[in-house]
Design a protein around this ligand. Structure first.
Ligand code: KG4
Ligand code: ZN
Length: 353
């Protein structure tokens, strides 16, 4: 990425607009954002119905569905925005990490658009995009900010030293929090994705009814571990013969969900006390969870720090967050290198901002 001064690239000195594309997992999404983070249009097409019978994502089905949907999703986004592709000043696309076949659909499509319209293509890291999703509704978030990212594939705490300078302070050593919720829901035959189902049923129950002990890291780090909680949950389900119709299910799920949320908030608290950030950020699909949102806000209040949590639609995978990261890069004068040899990456390497 080269760095240049910041011209307004939009014609007639109107704000420049950026089209984001996200296909890293099982959502096909496109969004159009102005350089002022105004969302002109946003479309997220979920594949939940396709994967639900299998209780989890089937990668080959996901990439095939992205191929079917991507053209429609981009067209629909432009229609809702009242713009055409010729109005777009820059494209942005998720490069990784994610399912490689799914990523390649979005990346190839975006490369085609960038080449055809001779406009820059910003390759975007999926985790960075989740963190920067907060800019859509909180563009002036004070830094340094401590960011808890909780999704189906990742659970980590980052320090945003500056908007585009983010370092990882803690991560999960086994399952992600969303993965643990999804697996327990699958074990109980509650449907896919499990997180929202657990959220809904747990609202009817009382947390603390079933005992769960929180994982402790022997080295005192703020890293997470959710496999022990998951194993304890499976043991309780077997011992108490719990199932989808059991009267104690809401209490059980409320207790399990509370244990996951407590583990997330406890480690965040540890780092708040160590780092003393100026703000807190909660992002990722599990940031939709009502118990986590409530407890995270109360954690912020206890420490007298402002907290930013995106609206639910910007927590789960979406292209507005992809465009938002490109907008921040653009505002800071970063211009992407010519992109036709860009390749997707499936695994988390270093966080790329
Ligand atoms: O960020 P995301 O859309 O995809 C990844 O990058 O992984 O997150 C998906 C995860 C899934 O595990 C899903 O169960 C979880 O977010 N999720 C929730 C809720 N809504 C989505 N978990 C708990 N409560 C919710 N309301
Ligand atoms: Zn995600």
């Amino acid at each position: 990425m080269t760095k240049k001064s910041r011209p307004r690239t939009g014609a007639d000195s109107r704000p420049a607009v950026f089209l984001g594309i996200e296909t890293s997992c099982d959502e096909t999404s496109a969004a159009l954002l102005t350089e002022d983070f105004e969302v002109l249009g946003s479309v997220v097409l979920s594949q939940d119905e396709i994967h639900a019978p299998y209780g989890g994502i089937v990668p080959e089905l996901a990439s095939r569905q992205h191929i079917r949907s991507i053209g429609y999703v981009v067209a629909e986004c432009l229609t809702r925005s009242g713009r055409t592709l010729s109005d777009v000043d820059g494209f942005a696309v998720t490069q990784g990490p994610g399912l490689i076949g799914s990523l390649l659909v979005g990346l190839s499509f975006a490369k085609g658009l960038s080449y055809c319209f001779q406009k820059p293509l910003y390759p975007v890291d999926h985790l960075s995009a989740h963190i920067h999703s907060v800019l859509i509704e909180h563009p002036s978030i004070p830094v340094p900010a401590l960011a808890l990212l909780v999704s189906g594939g990742h659970t980590s705490i980052f320090l945003m030293r500056e908007k585009l300078d983010v370092v990882c302070l803690a991560k999960t050593r086994d399952d992600a929090a969303g993965e643990a919720l999804d697996k327990i829901a699958k074990f109980l035959d509650l449907g896919y994705p499990g997180g929202p189902v657990i959220d809904r049923i747990a609202a009817e129950g009382t947390a603390g009814t079933f005992p769960f002990s929180l994982p402790q890291m022997s080295d005192g780090s703020a890293d997470f571990s959710f496999s022990g909680l998951k194993t304890a949950a499976v043991r309780l389900i077997r011992e108490q013969e719990l199932n989808a119709g059991h009267a104690a299910l809401p209490d059980f799920l409320a207790s399990f969900q509370q244990a996951v949320v407590d583990a997330l908030c406890r480690n965040t608290k540890k780092l708040i006390q160590k780092i003393r950030p100026r703000s807190l950020i909660l992002v990722g699909g599990v940031a939709r969870n009502s118990m986590l949102r409530r407890d995270f806000l109360s954690l912020a209040e206890q420490h007298n720090i402002p907290a930013a949590i995106p609206s639910p639609g910007y927590c789960t995978d979406n292209a507005a967050m992809v465009a938002a990261l490109a907008v921040e890069q653009y505002k800071q004068g970063r211009r992407p290198d010519p992109a036709l040899d860009l390749n997707a990456y499936s695994q988390f390497q270093d966080l790329r901002t």
